[in-house]
Design a protein around this ligand. Structure first.
Ligand code: SAM
Length: 231
């Protein structure tokens, strides 16, 4: 597992992310078969995508939280496009709803083109190296937290305790090894299993926001907090 520690490093974890390969149980569903034909791919090697496989997904558990690789893409672009990431002070991890962990190697440039991103994720989830940029392992969120050794591990949620974003970012910047967990899913809230690994749950805005908006706002405030502290 690719985890690094240094002063003022922030770990960002996208948890229960809606990113997975199409599961065997729906390989024969018409929406999946026609997508496989169109792409000339083998079953089990394509990403589950609600915009293409909606009808087939009703058979799955928790369908409302799954099949949104586009959300993961936008969130990763938001995180890896920041000066914090460029300076090597942000480590990004993706945990999926199916308990796979993807480590994004430092200085990786996530493809801006969605089709290229999809190809990279399909390779990584299929056990290929994803060009060495992204590596996938079986593992729970707890496994990832143990590897990072985060202190504190803060989940962000619209159900959390309200905290002013600038003050929250400064608290993180002054912490030993902060980890922020953001949901990588479109609807619903963290599962009990995820809540069990969090030290606290914080709300940064009165309204529910998109994950990529939460990430952009937090990382900007974190950068400003580091500047204030180092001044
Ligand atoms: C699209 S939201 C998931 C929807 C969920 N109904 C919600 O309100 O949190 C994706 C993620 O963004 C983060 N998020 C959304 N709104 C937030 C808020 N007001 N404060 C803190 N985090 C928030 C949470 O981590 C959430 O899991």
């Amino acid at each position: 597992m690719f985890v690094e520690r240094q002063r003022q490093m922030l770990n960002l974890v996208l948890a229960e992310s809606a990113l997975e390969l199409v599961q065997r149980g729906i390989w024969g569903a018409p929406a999946v078969v026609s997508d496989l034909r169109r792409r000339g791919k083998e079953p089990g090697m394509i990403l589950l995508d609600r915009s293409l496989h909606h009808s087939a997904m009703q058979k799955l558990e928790n369908p409302e939280k799954r099949g949104r690789p586009d959300l993961v893409h936008i969130s990763l672009l938001s995180a890896t496009g920041t000066p914090l990431y460029a300076r090597g002070e942000l480590q990004v991890h993706v945990h999926t709803s199916q308990d796979v962990i993807l480590d994004v190697a430092r200085s990786t440039r996530i493809p801006k083109n969605y089709l290229r991103f999809r190809g990279l994720m399909e390779q990584a989830l299929d056990g290929k190296s994803g060009g060495g940029l992204v590596r996938a392992y079986g593992g729970t969120l707890r496994d990832l937290m143990t590897a990072i050794g985060g202190d504190p591990v803060v989940g962000l949620s619209s159900q959390g305790k309200p905290e002013e974003l600038g003050a929250f970012a400064e608290r993180l910047a002054r912490s030993r090894n902060p980890v922020v967990v953001v949901g990588g899913f479109p609807h619903g809230h963290f599962s009990k299993k995820t809540l069990g690994v969090l030290d606290e749950l914080v709300r940064i805005h009165p309204d529910p926001l998109e994950a990529h908006v939460v990430i952009s706002r937090l990382l900007y405030e974190f950068e400003k907090a580091i500047e204030r502290i180092n001044r």
